[in-house]
Write a protein that binds this ligand. Structure first.
Ligand code: HEM
Length: 141
């Protein structure tokens, strides 16, 4: 199984494949709970699942996905999330995906996911701490 097929399976799974990710994360690394106080886990899981679409484009990441990961990075900088937390997050995420795939999981897929997520994390780390958005005025004057 390749990364593409893995994402396809995750996105089309009837029960959300990543359900249980945050629970597993908080159980192993309670220090993460602080950041998600007040967050809606269902919403969070849905957003994380869709973000995998951008992540899986590694190594031929498209410009649009890079832009997306950069915006995501800026959001995480704003939340005060240190780069050091990413390896733990990625470790638990890969484990959750591995459990979802069961017998279809193998070392090559493990490496593909880990590399793709580390690459995405590197883009997030390098993103600006503040993005300035300008909405052009619709007025023609
Ligand atoms: C490759 C790694 C990661 C990916 C792909 C990822 C993805 C996402 C996505 C898609 C969102 C939703 C953004 C939105 O609301 O617009 C989000 C929000 C968030 N992420 Fe991450 N994330 C990653 C790493 C981390 C790490 C290491 C932490 C550490 C605590 C973290 C904590 C959060 C928090 C606190 C939110 C906001 C929750 C809220 O709405 O209250 N993320 N992340």
């Amino acid at each position: 199984m390749e990364l593409d097929e893995s994402v396809e399976a995750i996105l089309s799974d009837e029960s959300n494949a990543l359900d249980g990710f945050y629970e597993r994360l908080f159980q192993r690394y309670p220090e993460f709970k602080y950041f998600f106080a007040g967050a809606n886990v269902k919403r969070q899981t849905a957003m994380l699942t869709m973000a995998l679409l951008a992540v899986k484009q590694y190594p031929a990441l498209r410009r649009s996905s890079k832009d997306y990961l950069e915006v995501l990075g800026t959001k995480h900088h704003g939340l005060g999330i240190a780069n050091e937390l990413f390896p733990k997050f990625i470790e638990v995420l890969v484990e959750t995906i591995a459990e979802f795939h069961g017998n279809d999981w193998n070392a090559a897929l493990d490496k593909q996911w880990t590399d793709a997520l580390n690459y995405a994390a590197a883009i997030m780390h390098q993103s600006p701490h503040e993005l300035v958005f300008r909405v052009t005025s619709a007025s023609s004057s």
